[in-house]
Write a protein that binds this ligand. Structure first.
Ligand SMILES: Nc1ncnc2c1ncn2[C@@H]1O[C@H](COP(=O)(O)OP(=O)(O)OP(=O)(O)O)[C@@H](O)[C@H]1O
Length: 255
């Protein structure tokens, strides 16, 4: 879609809704009765190992099928519609990568799938030159399979950001990145706030708070808290998880 005043692609971000969403694995059940993420909102997902964060993100991306309910993006059920795929960038981990390609080859391959020309991909990659520093962008020679874990993740994160999608979905995007890259990634995500709907799962409470408008806590497959971020969010989250390992002391009056 073109913005005819500026002859540029017009910005439109995506609304995500989940209704009666259920996914079962043996003893585990993810159950999200009703969730809406408004266009341009960044939703952070936190929760202990096995809480269901990745399962939810995989359902959003139609990588697995729900047992009940659905995820809709701008009203379209992700399990049957296609349009959202060309408007979504995602990176859930190294299994997303094609590891017999170099990062440059991979980024151009991804660019083609989003109908970007070679020149557009090259132009867009310049914004990541300080972020992906293992080898200069445009001159990468190492195959993805030979990269360090952090550099693999950076190659995947660049590929997700490259198409400037309306929806970004990231699972543990800060994992294995060096501190400098973590700060740069935060800046890259913060620059898109308001323009892009984002789902970001992370165990780094500080980073996820910094890049999110809302934080949802998942516990045992359910969203047990979902609140806008504010200056107290990081402390509140830290207290929440600390209390899970050190339950509040009971006072004599409670006994
Ligand atoms: N393909 C599968 N087959 C069986 N069980 C699965 C499968 N995928 C996920 N699970 C189970 O679903 C539950 C939720 O897993 P999930 O990966 O969504 O959690 P998570 O919150 O992302 O955890 P982590 O923080 O460790 O990444 C776990 O009990 C997990 O074992």
């Amino acid at each position: 879609m073109l913005d005819h005043v500026h002859n540029q692609p017009s910005r439109s971000t995506m609304r995500l809704t989940a209704n009666a969403l259920t996914k079962r694995y043996d003893e585990f059940e993810l159950s999200i009765p009703d969730l809406t993420v408004e266009p341009g909102t960044a939703l952070g997902l936190v929760g202990n190992n096995g809480a269901g964060k990745t399962t939810f993100l995989r359902l959003v991306l139609d990588l697995i099928r729900a047992d009940d309910g659905q995820v809709r993006l701008d009203g379209d059920d992700v399990a049957s519609a296609f349009d959202w795929k060309t408007r979504t960038g995602s990176y859930l981990g190294p299994s997303f990568l094609i590891d017999f390609l170099t990062p440059d080859e991979y980024w151009h391959f991804v660019g083609q799938t989003y109908d970007l020309s070679e020149a557009e991909v090259d132009e867009r990659l310049t914004q990541f030159a300080d972020f992906y520093v293992d080898e200069p962008i445009g001159e990468t020679t190492k195959y993805i399979r030979d990269l360090s874990t952090g550099n693999k993740n950076k190659a995947g994160l660049v590929a997700a950001l490259l198409p400037a999608p309306d929806l970004l979905v990231f699972d543990e995007p800060f994992a294995s990145l060096d501190p400098r890259s973590q700060i740069q990634l935060k800046e890259l995500l913060q620059a898109r706030r308001g323009d892009t709907t984002m789902l970001v799962s992370s165990h780094d409470l500080g980073h996820v708070t910094d890049v999110s408008d809302r934080i949802a806590i998942l516990e045992g497959g359910e969203i047990v808290r979902d609140e806008p971020t504010d200056p107290d969010t990081l402390e509140d989250l830290t207290t929440y998880f600390a209390e899970a390992i050190r339950p509040k002391e009971t006072t004599p009056a409670d006994a």
